[in-house]
Design a protein around this ligand. Structure first.
Ligand SMILES: *[C@@H]1O[C@H](CO)[C@@H](O)[C@H](O)[C@H]1NC(C)=O
Ligand SMILES: *[C@@H]1O[C@H](CO)[C@@H](O)[C@H](O)[C@H]1NC(C)=O
Ligand SMILES: *[C@@H]1O[C@H](CO)[C@@H](O)[C@H](O)[C@H]1NC(C)=O
Length: 838
């Protein structure tokens, strides 16, 4: 094969060819395009070589060159040169501009050598092509415009116009194509950067390079060019916002995430990897309170937040990428610390005035108080209050300031110290509160007069007491303090029986002990009053007073005195005469005695102590009537002697005796005992006494009647509701109600009976009431006398009622239904077993 011949053989062939040429005349050249079909006629060889066609066969025209044999043959019948095989110019001549195939033809008879040249003409049968169909070009994004990037040239085996003539690049914004022609004529396409690349906009550019030849028709070949834009750290991290805002509760614990900030970086790889940091100028406070997660941008609580110290935190955050050079972005963060009601309101007492006088007027300022709560809003809105029970109130003044003023009367004696509880509550949810206690002390003012333990004191003192003995002790109390409570006792001057009371008694000014300075005689003075005064030493001083009722108690210091039968001259002796004809129960005489004492001490009883004949006479125990027990007989002695003992009921018993000598006479008529005659008889003194008694009785009766009427009217009024009125003295419970009951006391002094009308209860001594009947009871003869020693009548009534021990006496007033027979109320006294009706 031609193309497989070694170079030296080709050279040999050429050498040989020229050798022959020198010997053989003439040369013929044909020109054919490549790639002719087989059998195509190249030229009329016989004619061109001057040969006769018919001779050809005989002369054996033949192609001798090996190469020529392969592609051509000679049609001996027609004398034409025809193509026998495909002729590829590119194969035969490669890129040589002309391609000649030499042929040697030999013809025998005569042997002649002919040389024929066949020029193979190029046809555009090859497209330009690239060795690499896909080319990758990496370009850094920051390369300046104008940079050139050589591309691969396309290959086209065709020559001349049919070979690569130009290059085209697909349409794009960034690149243009230039073709550089080398010295050797090679055309090398180059990409020229027209506009800066941005990886972030378009990281990969796909271009198509087309090589075009100049043939007709035009043929082309393409290559895909992939341009990868290499990243440059040309983008700073960008935050989504300029300023981030967040609220965080001041209660948030360390680790709580507050917010997430985010920055983005358009770069890739390390250039786009972002880390977050606090900006350089961040204060230590912020650094101690907050932390930022470098990788995620989460801002978390680190320290303890406090709305009250810092309600708002502002700081900057930097985001940095990891490129080289490093780029960073910034944003601001505002964190509001939301208030939590975590501060208890505080009560501040600015000034306090204590102690204050107890007579301070209402509205006196005691303290200036303010409230403080560092929380904000409602959490810091404080209201103060004070217990409504205390006599203080709070007056609000300027914001959160209050004055504590008195709101009511103060009394040190009730409360010498007030504990004022002030509570402060804020309006948070839930509200917090605190309490403060203020102690307000009160200063004493002498506003309390000394008060005696009792308004009246009652003292019983036996008569004949020893002077200098303590009668009683009074005491007064003053709730004030110090001098205002220092009490001195004194006796207010008054008269007792025209004598100053201070001559009777003396009081210890320090402790109120009252001493008697006198021995009292009941028969002269039964009762008297002492007005005592207690005075404190306050300024001005106050005083209180009380009355001491001194009752002198009767002692049995008087023996009964016989007043009838009169025997002043003979001592206790009297002579009586009696007829022998006297029957039984004949009244011989009536012994009458008086006792200056009162009560039991004056309760006189009579007893026949001795008699000549005890069977003949008897003495009435109560009346002193001496009567015969039986009829006098002839055998009885004419002279009888009776010793009558008169005893009182005191302790010790005192007694007197009277001796009555009786002369029994015959023929003596029974005397008509007329007591009125008898009483008138003894002396002039007796008549006067009787007159007194009558006057007394009359006045007493009128008084009693008046009192009864008043009582009756009262009772009727009262009983309108209750139906009956009973004033019953039960026990000691109604001691201090004078004038409650009307008391009537009947005293007996021998034959002299008198009535004491007293208010209140009966005297215990007034057992003498039993002898209220006349000694001559059968004749219903009353002799009444007003007691001589009774001083102030009304006063005694009231005092006795209030003071005297209980008695068995009751006074009843019963309203009886009106009937024809009983037309009036009946009033009666009742003592067990005995009833007097009026
Ligand atoms: C923070 O709270 C306030 C009201 O207290 C509100 O107006 C604001 O929108 C809140 N901000 C955020 C970021 O939640
Ligand atoms: C009052 O003082 C006197 C003398 O010091 C004394 O004898 C008396 O017992 C005192 N009285 C009272 C009630 O203490
Ligand atoms: C004390 O006595 C005075 C005058 O004697 C009198 O005016 C006053 O009412 C009395 N006070 C008392 C509490 O009894």
């Amino acid at each position: 094969m031609w193309n497989k011949l070694p170079t030296w053989q080709v050279f040999l062939w050429w050498h040989h060819f020229f050798l022959l040429w020198s010997t053989i005349d003439g040369q013929t050249r044909y020109s054919i395009p490549e790639e002719l079909k087989q059998g195509s006629v190249v030229g009329h060889l016989a004619k061109d070589l001057g040969l006769v066609v018919s001779e050809l066969y005989r002369r054996k025209l033949r192609i001798t060159s090996e190469a020529g044999k392969q592609y051509f043959s000679v049609d001996l019948g027609r004398g034409e040169l025809v193509v026998t095989d495909r002729i590829d110019r590119e194969e035969l001549c490669a890129q040589r501009p002309s391609c000649l195939l030499p042929l040697e033809l030999v013809i025998d008879n005569p042997l002649q050598l002919h040389r024929v040249e066949i020029e193979i003409q190029d046809t555009n049968d090859n497209s330009p092509s690239f060795l690499t169909k896909e080319k990758v070009v990496k370009i850094a994004e920051l390369v300046n415009p104008g940079a050139r990037f050589p591309l691969e040239s396309a290959q086209d085996p065709d020559v001349g116009a049919n070979s690569v003539r130009s290059y085209l690049i697909s349409k794009n914004d960034h690149f243009k194509l230039t073709v550089k022609t080398h010295k050797d004529g090679r055309k090398i396409p180059e990409l020229v950067l027209e506009k800066t690349l941005d990886r972030e906009k378009l990281p990969v550019h796909n271009l198509i390079l087309t090589a075009v030849d100049g043939g007709d028709p035009v043929r082309s070949g393409t290559s895909e060019i992939t341009i990868i834009v290499l990243d440059n750290n040309d983008n700073a991290p960008q935050f989504e916002r300029q300023v981030y805002e967040a609220n965080v509760s001041e209660k948030a614990t360390p680790g709580t995430e507050i917010l997430q900030i985010r920055a983005t970086d358009a770069d890739e790889g390390q250039n786009g990897e972002i880390e977050y940091f606090f900006a350089e100028q961040t204060t230590d406070l912020i650094l101690s309170l907050f932390d930022i997660k470098a990788s995620t941008g989460a801002i978390v609580v680190k320290g303890t937040l406090d709305h009250e110290t810092n309600a708002l935190h502002r700081f900057d955050i930097t985001a940095k990428d990891k490129g080289n050079p490093q780029m960073d972005g910034h944003c601001g963060v505002e964190i509001k610390v939301v208030d939590i009601n975590d501060n208890i309101p505080e009560i501040i007492v600015t000034s306090l005035t204590t102690p204050i006088p107890e007579d301070s007027a209402i509205g006196t300022v005691i303290a200036l108080i303010s409230a403080k709560d560092p929380d904000s809003g409602n959490n810091g809105k404080v209201t103060l209050s004070v217990s409504t029970k205390s006599p203080f109130k709070l007056n609000p003044s300027v914001s959160n300031h209050y004055t504590l003023v008195t709101n009511g009367p103060l009394d040190r004696e009730k409360n010498d110290r007030y504990i004022v509880r002030i509570s402060a509550t804020d309006s948070g949810k839930p509200p917090l509160s605190s309490e403060k206690v203020i102690f307000v002390e009160l200063l004493d003012v002498n506003d309390n007069a000394p008060v005696f333990s009792q308004p009246t004191y009652v003292v019983y003192v036996k008569e004949n007491n020893l002077p200098g003995k303590i009668l009683c002790s009074v005491s007064a109390n003053d709730p004030d303090t110090d001098n205002s409570a220092k009490i001195s006792y004194s006796i207010l001057d008054s008269k007792v029986e025209d004598v100053s009371v201070s001559s009777y008694v003396y009081i210890n000014s320090d402790n109120g002990s009252i001493y008697s300075m006198h021995s009292f005689d009941y028969e002269k003075l039964k009762v008297f009053q002492i007005h005592v005064q207690a005075k404190d030493q306050g300024s001005p001083s106050l005083s209180g007073n009380a009355t001491v009722h001194v009752f002198i108690l009767d002692q049995n210091d008087n023996a009964p005195a016989v007043i009838y039968p009169s025997s002043a001259a003979l001592g206790s002796f009297s002579q009586q005469r009696m007829p022998r004809s006297a029957k039984a129960a004949h009244l011989l005489t009536k012994v009458t005695a008086v006792d200056a004492d009162s009560g039991h001490n004056a309760w006189i009883s009579y007893r026949l102590a001795e008699a000549t004949d005890a069977s003949l006479f008897t003495v009435n125990l109560y009346t002193g009537e001496v009567r015969t027990k039986r009829a006098v007989s002839e055998q009885d002695d004419s002279s009888q002697r009776l010793l009558i003992e008169i005893k009182d009921d005191g302790e010790p018993v005192r007694s007197a005796t009277v001796t009555v000598s009786v002369l029994l006479e015959d023929g003596l008529h029974e005397p008509i005992l007329d007591l009125r005659q008898k009483s008138a008889e003894p002396s002039q003194k007796g008549g006067r006494v009787t007159l007194y008694l009558i006057v007394s009785l009359a006045s007493v009766s009128v008084l009693s009647l008046l009192t009864f009427l008043i009582l009756a009217v009262k009772c009727i009024r009262n009983s309108r509701s209750s139906g009956s009125c009973c004033m019953r003295r039960s026990d000691c419970d109604e001691y201090k109600n004078p004038n409650r009951n009307l008391q009537i006391q009947l005293n007996t002094d021998g034959p002299i009976k008198y009535v004491e009308v007293l208010g209140g209860d009966m005297l215990s001594q007034s057992q003498s009431f039993r002898s209220c009947l006349s000694p001559m009871s059968e004749y219903s003869d009353f002799t009444l006398i007003k007691p001589s020693s009774t001083t102030d009548f009304k006063e005694v009534i009231s005092v006795l009622d209030a003071s005297l021990p209980d008695s068995t006496w009751t006074f009843e007033s019963q309203q009886v239904k009106r009937s024809p027979s009983a037309g009036a109320d009946s009033i009666r006294w009742r003592k067990p077993g005995q009833i007097w009706s009026l």
